[in-house]
Write a protein that binds this ligand. Structure first.
Ligand code: DQA
Length: 141
């Protein structure tokens, strides 16, 4: 059927250990496995990538144009700062769903603004790691 790229930005490799009161104790590997299984049940494929470097994320978004039908993307703190990632998303036609584990609107004011949301297909915020599965449901439904 289709193919999804599950993309995670800076510090998300630390899930499971990082601020568990905010992000819970699920690891990124667990999330990747869950979403991969969910998509596979509908005969969709998934690749996953994580980087702490802005340029890697930009390169992968560009490359996704020819290989994927959708991107599930937690951009971490780059959400709030990166015009370069916003421009990368604008430069491709593949739809991107922005996911945040925590409810950024209940946190510091610098987290209330997303540079990326206006150029994403949608945004899922504050529903914990289930947000990744909800984003996957959007693509397979
Ligand atoms: C996050 C929220 C961001 O503000 C933060 O910088 C992250 C994680 C989330 O998933 O809740 O790294 O994207």
């Amino acid at each position: 059927m289709g193919n999804v790229l599950l993309l995670n930005g800076p510090n998300l490799n630390r899930l499971g250990k990082r601020e568990p009161d905010i992000y819970g104790d699920t690891t990124l590997e667990d999330i990747e496995q869950r979403v991969r299984q969910q998509l596979a049940a509908s005969s969709w494929g998934m690749d996953s990538k994580q980087s702490n470097h802005e340029g890697d994320l930009i390169d992968w978004i560009h490359q996704a144009e020819d290989s994927y039908d959708g991107i599930i993307f937690n951009p971490g703190a780059y959400t709030h700062t990166s015009i370069a990632i916003r421009d990368a998303i604008s430069s491709v036609t593949v739809p991107v769903i922005e996911v945040h584990i925590s409810n950024v609107h209940q946190r510091e004011s610098f987290r209330h603004v997303s540079m990326l949301a206006p150029v994403c297909a949608g945004q899922i915020v504050g529903l914990g790691v289930k947000g990744y599965e909800l984003a996957a449901s959007y693509f397979i439904s």
